[in-house]
Design a protein around this ligand. Structure first.
Ligand SMILES: [Zn+2]
Length: 330
């Protein structure tokens, strides 16, 4: 036989190997894949969804670690220098801010300017007061947040609330920015990035609608949480959010703060205090025990637990269930 078939066979086999039939070839094994480093989970999720097979996405915040408190190994810091893109949220993780400025200033994307951040205002997130949910776009807060985010010293948690991903609309805005940036960094796959972000945006819109519908009619709109991560969720769905600890979770709230929140819970007749998967449940339990409130779990989705089965949409839908139960929504 002539040698044609022998030459042909390897060529035919190649695509099968690259698409990973049988699971032997991880997407990240592609040597041409873009190396993307995400600083913590919400950005890792966006990068994976938008870049898909074209990138190998790694995260600086391992499952089970509170992202606010992350510390980087020398190896992680070094990985920033060789990455094609580092996506991070300035002001959220001081260790990451430092590493980016020393290693990746030329190829890092700070998503914060596209998130329409609101100033952090201590213990009271009453942005949603009198806020009407309208189907067309319902994002008046974005217009209100006229001040550009400008936390550039990397150690100021106080100026702006970084937890934008708990509002699916803000999260979608950041997704669009990341997709545009990926298209610039890797123009060859720009169409794929745009297609992927369209799918993701539709999913986030559906999630937003579910949250708005599910939280429309509730016996209470008072949400007492462990750390003050849910201000944007409150702003979007007209909930009044009180965090027992601050925007960046402190190790322990002061006795004065505990007394203050306990008094508020009693005064407003709040029936539920929310614990978090990555923070000590004792904080919520202390307030609950004083007041007779129940403890449920609300997940700020800023880091995964070791539970592999959760992702951003599933966490948010679990949050919706927990809110509906705790607030008595019909
Ligand atoms: Zn947080």
């Amino acid at each position: 036989m002539p040698r044609g078939p022998r030459l042909l066979l390897p060529l035919l086999a190649l695509p099968l190997v690259l698409t990973g039939c049988g699971g032997g070839t991880a997407p990240g094994a592609d040597p041409d894949a873009l190396q993307v480093v995400a600083s913590f989970y919400p950005l890792e999720y966006l990068a994976e969804r938008i870049a898909g097979e074209h990138a190998q996405v790694t995260t600086l915040t391992a499952p089970g670690v509170d992202p606010h408190e992350v510390e980087l190994t020398p190896r992680q810091v070094g990985s920033l220098g060789s990455a094609d893109l580092v996506v991070y949220a300035a002001g959220m993780q001081p260790a990451v801010d430092d590493a980016v400025s020393s290693q990746a200033a030329e190829h890092a994307l700070d998503v914060m300017p596209s998130a329409s951040l609101l100033p952090s205002d201590g213990d009271d997130h009453d942005h949603g007061h009198g806020h009407e949910h309208d189907e067309a776009g319902h994002d008046d807060e974005a217009a209100e947040a006229t001040e550009e985010h400008s936390v550039d010293d990397g150690h100021d948690h106080g100026a702006f609330d970084p937890h934008f991903w708990l509002d699916p609309k803000r999260y979608a805005d950041v997704a669009a920015t990341l997709a545009n940036h990926l298209a610039e960094v890797d123009p060859e796959h720009a169409e794929d990035y745009r297609a992927n972000v369209r799918v993701l945006t539709d999913e986030l819109r559906d999630l937003d609608d579910e949250l708005a519908d599910g939280l429309q009619t509730c016996a209470s709109r008072e949400v007492v949480t462990t750390h003050d991560a849910f201000g944007y969720l409150g702003a979007r769905y007209d909930l009044h959010v009180v965090g027992i600890t601050g925007i960046a979770p402190d190790a322990e709230p002061s006795p004065a703060r505990l007394a203050e929140v306990t008094a508020l819970v009693e005064e407003l007749g709040v029936g539920t205090v929310y614990a978090e998967p990555l923070l000590p449940t004792a904080i919520a339990e202390t307030v609950a025990a004083e007041t007779g409130a129940q403890v449920l779990t609300l997940d700020p989705a800023d880091g995964l637990t070791a539970d592999e089965d959760t992702d951003y949409p599933s966490i948010m839908r679990d949050n919706l269930d927990a809110l509906r139960e705790g607030l008595g929504c019909s």
